[in-house]
Design a protein around this ligand. Structure first.
Ligand code: G3I
Length: 492
């Protein structure tokens, strides 16, 4: 693994002197009481059919103040380090899941969904992998994926199967996997992960791919090729480690072009670092940045959720990796909400997500410059009106909408809304697909049947829907883009 300083150079080239402020912030944490925000970001996100998550390490979940703030605010958790290769298979064939299980159990005990992070990454890779003869790397990689994704089968909603595979110029990193297998390791990893956990949404996750640039263009081309070859790639993780004031103006367009391929997109590791000491102007700008990220996600139906990389400024990785920078979270080190938190709440409280469109939505972040590379044109999605069922059971309704289509295929999003006055703890949506339609991949639910009459029950993590809240599932299919008939929802 690279040293922290080497990593900082790779990310931005910033090499400022270290500051003692991080230590001051850490001390403040010990004496602070958690802030009680009026409305949790998770509740607002759920009402928009999204999640709002955080990253937690073993240290974070055992910190009672931090843990209670996280449990109150977030509905998704990504283990910060505990499911990585060095944690789960420190020596060949010897698996250790205690730390990963700790985060999984913490998340599940707080009703959160859990994101698996990650399976194949050049960093936090034990030295035994890098020391293998190249003709043994593929077997080791597949064994690792089988061991880890197999252990968490059915328990995580998604996996960052491949983490940070690209260099900044769009070439693939010359890591142990590439050296052994060439670019073929990417599809092999995804196929192996899919076999190990068929229900997990499988992602490629990377940083500096949030805007349209050489790196995201290379990923876009790779995704196109993979989908054409039937490789089980289902999502793109935009890490979103931003510098204040530098959220790319092409973020929305970039999300849209990946979504138009039929992929989920997710903001997986959001933070927005500020030169220390943080000025009031920069804290306000950070609020603008956070608001724009949230608005962009809400404007893209396939943007499934947002996750901050940590809870508060006292427990962020930023000061240790980027000396002179910090204050990157939406809570300060005393768990007090910052302008970024308020902007997040305001953006999540905005109008319900607009129907899918290729035209820039009104909630698009302001563009300061046109993207240097125009996103490829794609066929406009079908805009058939959504079908909303009458309430069933304790008030659940299902809104079925074809969100994209292409010759011979289509994509659907179904919103499940609890219009009742009490929470529901499980839901079932039934519908009848048009003749010739077949579901090829369904996410955030468990289906019975792939053609004709189909029943979809909630996944383990999204059965509970608060009064007035919503969740969603989706699928892709082959056949015409005709809407389903007989859509109904029952709840328990
Ligand atoms: O486990 C050792 C411990 O034994 C040792 O005493 C200690 C001394 O520094 O280091 C510990 O390892 C640290 C590890 O986190 C676990 O705490 C490493 O030094 C430290 O570099 C490592 O940092 C992690 C970093 O990934 C590594 O690249 C951060 O916590 C983690 O937040 C960060 O997360 C990544 C995502 O996985 C991928 N995207 C970028 C993101 C931020 O870098």
């Amino acid at each position: 693994m690279r040293s922290r300083n080497a990593r900082a150079r790779l990310w931005t080239g910033i090499g400022a002197a270290a500051t003692p402020l991080a230590a001051v912030a850490a001390l403040a944490v010990a004496v602070a009481a958690p802030a009680q925000a009026a409305t949790a970001v998770k509740t607002l996100a759920e009402a928009q059919g999204r999640y709002f998550g955080t990253a937690m390490t073993s240290g974070d979940v055992t910190n009672s103040a931090e843990s209670s703030v996280a449990a109150a605010q977030f509905d998704m958790v990504t283990p910060g380090n505990e499911m990585k290769w060095d944690a789960t298979e420190p020596s060949r064939g010897s698996f250790s899941f205690s730390r990963g299980d700790q985060i999984l159990n913490w998340g599940q005990s707080h009703g959160m969904r859990v994101r698996g992070h990650n399976l194949v990454w050049h960093s936090q890779l034990p030295s035994w992998v890098n020391s293998l003869p190249t003709n043994q790397v593929q077997a080791a990689m597949e064994s690792h994926i089988n061991g880890v994704a197999g252990h968490y089968r059915g328990k995580v909603y998604a996996w960052d199967v491949i983490n940070e595979p690209f260099n900044e110029d769009g070439s693939l990193r010359q890591d142990a996997f590439y050296k052994a297998m060439g670019s073929g390791y990417l599809a092999d990893a995804l196929r192996t992960a899919h076999a190990a956990d068929p229900d997990a949404r499988l992602y490629i996750n990377d940083y500096n791919i949030e805007g349209v640039n050489a790196k995201s263009n290379a990923l876009y081309s790779l995704a196109q090729q993979m989908l054409a070859q039937g490789v089980p790639l289902q999502g793109i993780g935009l890490e979103s480690h931003f510098i204040v004031g530098q959220v790319p103006s092409s973020l929305l367009q970039n999300m849209q072009r990946f979504a138009a391929l039929g992929l989920d997109v997710a903001v997986t590791e959001l933070d927005d670092r500020i030169p220390l000491p943080a000025s009031s102007a920069n804290l306000q700008q950070q609020g603008t940045d956070y608001g724009n990220v949230v608005k962009a996600c809400l404007a893209v139906p396939r943007c499934v959720g947002i996750s901050q990389w940590g809870v508060d400024d006292g427990h962020s990785w930023i000061p240790g990796t980027f000396p002179g920078y910090g204050a990157a979270m939406f809570y300060d080190a005393n768990y007090q909400p910052k302008p970024a938190y308020n902007a997040t709440v305001a953006a999540l409280s905005g109008p319900a997500s607009p129907p899918p469109t290729t035209a820039p939505p009104t909630t698009a972040p302001p563009t300061t410059a046109p993207p240097t590379t125009a996103p490829p044109t794609t066929a406009p999605p079908t805009t058939a009106p959504p079908t909303t069922t009458p309430p069933g059971g304790a008030g659940c309704t299902a809104t079925y909408q074809v969100t994209n289509s292409w010759p011979g295929g289509f994509q659907v999003s179904v919103a499940v809304t609890n219009g009742g006055s009490s929470a529901i703890n499980g839901w079932t949506v039934r519908f009848t697909l048009a003749s010739g339609q077949t579901i090829t991949s369904l996410w955030s639910g468990v289906n019975t049947g792939t053609s004709g009459s189909v029943t979809v029950r909630n996944a383990a993590y999204n059965g509970t829907v608060a009064a007035g809240g919503a969740t969603s599932f989706g699928f892709t299919g082959t056949g015409s883009a005709a809407p389903a008939t007989g859509v109904s929802c029952t709840s328990s």
